[in-house]
Design a protein around this ligand. Structure first.
Ligand SMILES: [Cu+2]
Length: 477
């Protein structure tokens, strides 16, 4: 049995969609920002309602469509996900393929995808495409740094980074083309927050049950963006309808942007929290009123994992490896001084750290606390913080690049931070010289409830760690 049913009706629909793509007059057609040179079009093509069975539209008839080259198909699905304590909790999500509520492995998040500047859509967990993959997620050094015992030169513009599920990467110059299929019984939407002119939201608008809509927008401004279903805000987002879009300039793949912080590799951390009461209301056909039923999240996830699963210490080697590749930061110690940030060496290597893009599509205020090294925060919500002449914004936040022990992450926040991967300041010479093993440091959230699962299981929540790698045996140190 296959998940994909290309019955005659589906083929007809796909043909219809392809035909429609060439004849926009048949579509409801919205255009934003043409004057600004930002080509944005939301194309909404409502299909007739399909046979309804119970509250799930077409539950016995998955609606897989024929792909259109360069177009990403997102299926709004529902299903149950196992939390860190074994509980099954109802979720919705933007999936890669149509699955039903009773599917053993529901598709509620997409494998990472890349829209290239040349117009291709490529499925890839790593980016830049074709760059060498860091073994176990750890970039290997160029060689020892003779002037700094125990430290290494790191490679500039070399290693790829791994990305978690839900990631969409778009290269500047390319076009983001997404076709969204609503397979559920209520209306939904797909919105890219802040990618439009003047950082406006761009979305499909309402997609009725069994409907399909197409969203197209040029990738123009590098940065980190959140996509969600804003319906009944924030309920659908909390139920799982969210993800992250990275827009990257193909000429600056190892930097936040031109003349901005360079990095060895990057990490995307997507925070999320799960309210099982809300999930239960929606699973039984109700609609959550977030003012009447106050949110009480009971599970807190980082890149879709919590607790021992997030830390990669399970009996599942594949899961553990994926956590090392995409979540658990690691690197070799290097000499780094943020006053000469991103400077090179005579060997063409980089004195720089690694970039952590922290993103919070959830509804909890997080306080991400790193042991070992502080982080150097370089921007928030695609506003690059200045290195001098800082200011205090209307909410009281200091806006200037700075060392942060705890990185505050409000709902819908995106923070860009450089983790320096350097010798910890409290490691005295004798300790540093005696170092033989990897040093692992916790990352936890100081909003303590987020460290639990199911209202008490500790530390079953949003946790991670980062690793300062041990000296390489045989290296000239
Ligand atoms: Cu701590």
């Amino acid at each position: 049995m296959t998940d994909i049913d290309n019955g005659p009706q589906d083929v007809a629909e796909a043909t219809d969609l392809v035909a429609a793509a060439g004849q926009l007059g048949r579509w409801d057609f919205l255009r934003y920002g043409a004057a600004a040179g930002v080509g944005v079009a939301a194309l909404v093509h409502q299909q007739p309602l399909k046979r309804t069975q119970g509250r799930v539209v077409a539950s016995s008839q998955p609606m897989a469509v024929s792909p259109i080259p360069g177009v990403l198909d997102l299926y709004i699905n529902e299903g149950y996900l196992k939390m860190v304590d074994g509980s099954l909790i109802y979720h919705r999500g933007f999936g890669d393929r149509p699955t039903n509520v009773d599917d053993f492995r529901p598709s509620l998040a997409i494998a990472p995808k890349v829209f290239t500047a040349s117009g291709q859509l490529v499925e890839s967990r790593s980016y830049p495409l074709g760059a060498p993959l860091p073994p176990h997620g750890t970039p290997q050094p160029y060689g020892p740094d003779p002037a700094n015992p125990g430290q290494y030169y790191i490679r500039r513009n070399y290693w790829a980074s791994y990305f978690p599920e839900r990631t969409i990467i778009a290269e500047v110059g390319g076009r983001i083309r997404i076709r969204v299929h609503n397979r559920l019984s209520k209306p939904h939407q797909f919105t890219l927050h802040g990618v439009g002119p003047g950082k406006s939201d761009v979305g499909t608008g309402v997609i009725d049950p069994a409907g399909t809509a197409m969203l197209e927008i040029d990738a123009t401004a590098p940065g980190t963006y959140i996509y969600t279903d804003p319906t009944n805000n924030p309920v659908e987002r909390v139920l799982g309808l969210f993800g992250v879009l990275l827009v990257v300039h193909p000429d600056h793949q190892w930097a936040v942007g031109e003349n901005l912080a360079s990095f060895e590799r990057q990490w995307l951390w997507i925070c999320h929290d799960v309210d099982s009461v809300w999930a239960g209301i929606e699973a039984s056909g109700g609609t959550v009123d977030p003012r009447r039923t106050k949110a009480v999240p009971r599970y807190f996830l980082l890149n879709g994992r919590s607790g021992f699963e997030s830390l990669g210490i399970t009996t599942n080697d594949q899961l553990n490896l994926a956590q090392k590749e995409q979540t658990l930061i690691s690197g070799y110690p290097r000499q780094l001084d943020v006053r000469q940030f991103g400077e090179g060496t005579e060997l063409g290597t980089l004195r720089g750290g690694q970039l952590v893009r922290m993103v919070n599509p959830g509804i909890v205020f997080h306080q991400m606390h790193f042991h070992g090294n502080h982080l150097w925060t370089v921007g928030r919500n695609n506003y690059n913080w200045p290195r001098s002449d800082g200011f205090v914004d209307p909410e009281g936040h200091v806006v200037v690049q700075q060392w942060e022990d705890v990185v505050e992450l409000e709902p819908m926040d995106r923070k860009d931070c450089i983790i320096p991967i350097k010798r910890p300041p409290d490691a005295v010479d004798a300790v540093w010289a005696a170092r033989k093993t990897d040093w692992e440091y916790p990352m936890h959230c100081h909003a303590e409830p987020s460290q639990t699962a199911a209202g008490g299981l500790y530390p079953g929540g949003l946790v991670a760690h980062w690793t300062l790698k041990a000296p390489i045996t045989g290296a000239a140190l």
